[in-house]
Design a protein around this ligand. Structure first.
Ligand code: PEP
Ligand code: MN
Length: 346
């Protein structure tokens, strides 16, 4: 059930409304946007409760259509959520580009890539330190050393850093080093991990599972926001299909569908969807054209030597070229790509 409060609802009236609802053992989530306040009521309520709430002073309207995911539903807020990552804002007027290698491999590698992507329009740096690899024999990441190298690259470039957390017990460690914790596709329904990242304050990049529906993605986000962390960014990264021509199918329609259903920002990962570098520029362009708030792109200075996902990693030159196309589309949509000078001045 969702109650929209009147524009002139006073603080005392609002407090009385919340007390009334909580008095019945129900939880509330209050979303505020400008002069509009929306109260989501969570829990089983008695018949007649909607009418009782609608009759309270300060309530404008009540809708009893129970939202599946009251915290992240579009209706919970009247404006899109913006998520600050380090000094960058995702979900605002500007398109945000995150770039970097699949895995952090060495000091030289992450430093060269960080400065290369920073020069060409990335405002955040990605790099896996704990890698969820399909084969136990594949490179598993440098672990904490990788996080230290990422933090050093942040010092050198000013780029905020994003890295994946694969286990609930690693959350405090990731939290110490990164500006945003990534929950990867394979862990989208690791519910203890979702709650753990929801119980710490850093933003979370939640990637859609390989076989997950949009509803399941939103319910996964609901775990995080419901655990206390509203700073969630959703990422479409390709879903599994019968076709082996590409690594995944980039579900472009997920962007407008998510925009209809949730107030959370949405970004596109063209790299994991494509699986091949030649396809990445087109998918990146399509993502922005479809209304995504940003991109996360794998880039490597020597992709042929990469320890993971080399074939889908753009070279630094390829990244620079892709950024030209992406910027042109972003400008046409009146959503320019966020630039580094903006980082220090915000
Ligand atoms: C990654 O970002 O390197 C990664 C493992 O992504 P995904 O979880 O989407 O496969
Ligand atoms: Mn990867």
């Amino acid at each position: 059930m969702i109650a929209t409060l009147t524009v002139d609802c006073t603080l005392a009236q609002k407090a009385a409304i919340l007390r009334f609802i909580e008095g019945y053992g129900l939880r509330v989530h209050v979303g505020e946007a400008g002069s509009t306040t929306v109260v989501s009521v969570i829990g089983d309520y008695e018949p007649g409760m909607a009418e009782s709430i609608a009759a309270l002073v300060g309530v404008a309207s009540v809708s009893t259509e129970a939202p599946l995911y009251p915290f992240v539903a579009r209706e919970a807020r009247n404006a899109p959520t913006t998520v600050r990552v380090g000094e960058v804002v995702v979900g605002g007027p500007e398109i945000v580009v995150i770039a970097g290698p699949c895995s952090v491999e060495s000091e030289g590698q992450i430093d060269r890539i960080a400065s290369g992507v920073a020069k060409n329009g990335a405002v955040l740096l990605r790099g896996g330190a704990f890698k969820p690899r399909t084969s136990p024999y594949s490179f598993q990441g440098l672990g904490e050393e990788g996080l230290e190298l990422l933090a050093a690259a942040r010092e050198a470039t000013g780029l905020g850093v994003v890295s994946e957390c694969v286990a609930p017990e690693d959350v405090p460690l990731l939290n110490r080093y990164v500006d945003m914790l990534q929950v990867g596709s394979r862990n989208m329904q690791n519910f203890r991990l979702l709650s753990a990242v929801g119980e710490q304050p850093k933003p979370v990049l939640l990637k859609r599972g390989l076989m997950s529906t949009i509803e399941e993605l939103l319910l996964a986000a609901e775990y995080i926001v419901g655990s206390g962390n509203p700073r969630v960014i959703l990422c479409e990264r390709g879903i599994r299909s019968f076709d082996t021509a590409t690594r995944g199918i980039l579900d472009i329609s997920a962007v407008p569908v998510l925009k209809e259903r949730t107030h959370l920002p949405v970004i596109i990962d063209p790299s994991h969807a494509a699986g091949r570098r030649s396809l990445v520029p087109s998918l990146a362009a399509a993502g922005i054209a479809a209304g995504a708030d940003g991109l996360i792109i794998e880039v490597h200075d020597r992709p042929e030597e990469a320890l993971s996902d080399g074939p889908q990693s753009l070279t630094l030159e390829g990244f620079a070229e892709t950024m030209k196309t992406v910027s042109a589309i972003a400008n046409a949509l009146d959503r320019p790509v966020a630039h580094r000078h903006a980082i220090r001045s915000t």
